[in-house]
Design a protein around this ligand. Structure first.
Ligand code: GLV
Ligand code: MN
Ligand code: MN
Length: 417
């Protein structure tokens, strides 16, 4: 590593990075040390404002696009050269942790500050992006901001998505954009030289292997669906079972059938129903309508394809009394990261003397979409017992700093290529 780069990487400040996590964790704090910072909520806006204030203090420029992806840019010697990008997300699950997503944004910002503190100039600009609605917990699907940014899905696909309270994304997005007027509007899909995302692993492999850095090779494939069951509401005490169109009864049958479809002795298939809306949701009324989610994942392209294609026919066949509608909301094939970025991350970890290993990601990330427009990769750090999407999510300050150092070294390398 060049001497100037070594100096910059050495300025990654563990205490500053940890302190920034603590400040962000106050926004939307929930009992048990977690956060509830739903996409495009008041809490999301507060996190955006805090990040913007830190960027302004450094004179970094701030941009935002029409889906609210927020960009912090440290200019390069060649402003016309496509930048190197990093980042992750600041929204969380309803009972989320302090590190999922936030670490990638703060590690990127820490890398920019360390490079700035060392007075190092890079050929290309480096941009830190906080993607909008990575989680999809409030407005499905996940990784929405990067899907739109990279041109994989039009913004119009998502403007009418409603949250559980009936709030339309279009309105929440307008309120978020209005709350951050400091950011200059920018276009989707401007050219990027590379994208590197840091994240906690969200699984136990690094911790079990005693490794500090995960060199991520790719992301498993996933399919999301909304399944709706249309029945008829009736009196629970009087209506004979044979005369009912019970939407919840059919929904349960469909879920059981999907569990059978996805049964896997190797325990590689991931199948989750995590969201269900029941109407009218009353103890003594037969359910007239049920909407539930399906999240299905597998690393093998043929397997995820086969399972994904089986969902709709199985749901329709299984319903006994009701009409069923299956709406696909996310369709991502397994992603393999560019060997150039995988190699750069691995080199940086080795040069810094950090124990590392290659691994694939079970969780999805915005890097999945960025990989379609530029060479992309990811850096994982361990989290306690692999727990994530849970308020107990935890990580060690020294591991977070190690990840930020690998990120800074990788960004410096790529920004001078
Ligand atoms: C992202 O949080 C995912 O669901 O993988
Ligand atoms: Mn995440
Ligand atoms: Mn997540």
């Amino acid at each position: 590593m060049r001497e100037a780069h070594q100096d910059a990487v050495g300025r990654v400040d563990q205490q500053r990075l940890w302190q920034r996590h603590a400040e962000m964790a106050q926004i939307g704090a929930i009992p048990g040390n977690g956060v509830n910072r739903a996409a495009l909520s008041a809490e999301d806006i507060a996190a955006r404002k805090l990040l913007i204030s830190w960027a302004q203090a450094r004179n970094f420029s701030i941009g935002v696009d029409d889906i609210g992806n927020l960009f912090v840019r440290r200019e390069g010697l060649d402003p016309a050269a496509p930048p190197v990008m990093t980042g992750s997300h600041m929204d969380s699950q309803p009972r989320g942790g302090r590190f999922d997503g936030m670490f990638g944004v703060l590690a990127g910002f820490e890398a920019l500050e360390a490079i700035d503190d060392a007075g190092v100039k890079t050929q290309r600009a480096i941009e830190v992006v906080a993607w909008t609605n990575e989680e999809g917990g409030r407005f499905p699907p996940c990784t929405m901001g990067s899907a739109v940014y990279t041109g994989q899905r039009p913004l119009a696909d998502f403007l009418d998505v409603r949250d559980n309270e009936g709030i339309v994304l279009r309105d929440a997005l307008a309120a978020t954009l209005a709350a951050t007027p400091q950011a200059t509007r920018r276009e989707f899909n401007s050219p990027a030289a590379a994208y590197v995302e840091a994240h906690i692993e969200q699984g136990p492999l690094l911790e079990n292997a005693n490794k500090t850095i995960g060199v991520v090779t790719g992301i498993q494939g996933l399919r999301w669906f909304n399944i709706e069951v249309f029945g008829k509401t009736d009196h629970a005490g009087t209506t004979p079972l044979a005369l009912r169109q019970d939407a919840l009864r059919d929904a349960v049958a469909i879920i059981n059938a999907l569990h059978e479809l996805t049964r896997d002795a190797a325990d590689t298939v991931r199948f989750t129903v995590g969201r269900m809306l029941v109407t009218p949701n009353s103890t003594n009324s037969v359910a007239s309508h049920v909407l539930f989610s399906v999240d299905l994942r597998h690393p093998d392209p043929a397997t995820i394809d086969r399972l994904g294609k089986a969902v709709e026919p199985l749901a329709v066949k299984t319903a006994q009394q009701c009409r069923v509608r299956v709406t696909p909301t996310l369709h991502n094939n397994p992603c393999v990261f560019d060997p150039l970025i995988v190699g750069a991350v691995e080199n940086a970890a080795r040069e810094l003397g950090l124990p590392n290993m290659r691994l694939a990601s079970g969780a999805s990330h915005d890097a999945n979409y960025m990989a379609r427009i530029c060479p992309s990769g990811m850096i994982f750090v361990p989290c306690e017992k692999g727990v994530s999407h849970n308020e107990a999510e935890n990580a060690k300050p020294e591991d977070l700093a190690a990840g930020a150092k690998v990120l800074a070294a990788t960004l410096l390398e790529l920004a001078n290529r």
